[in-house]
Design a protein around this ligand. Sequence first.
Ligand SMILES: [Zn+2]
Length: 103
Amino acid sequence: MLLIDCPHCGPRNEVEYAYGGQAHVARPEDPYALDDREWAEYLFYRDNPRGDYAERWHHTGGCRKWFNAIRDTATYEFRATYPAGSARPGTGPGPTSHEGVQP
Ligand SMILES: [Zn+2]
């Protein structure tokens, strides 16, 4: 069982969550200014790193709020979770709880 630390509810079983893709993907300010390739890149292209990756998660079985997480894609370890709309925290060694993460 994997525990994911919802920034609103605390640690809960992974089955309560739904994955929402890459975090911090900003919608273009003027979508009509994009050509087809740029629009397709916004819609479909995402980073695919080995290591720390900022992701969106939805606590579907709990508070039903979206939040962001930094997860190591190689080990599946969650390094931090933080509320949606907050800046990505540093990902160095440190607490994995939301209590130690600065927005
Ligand atoms: Zn929650």
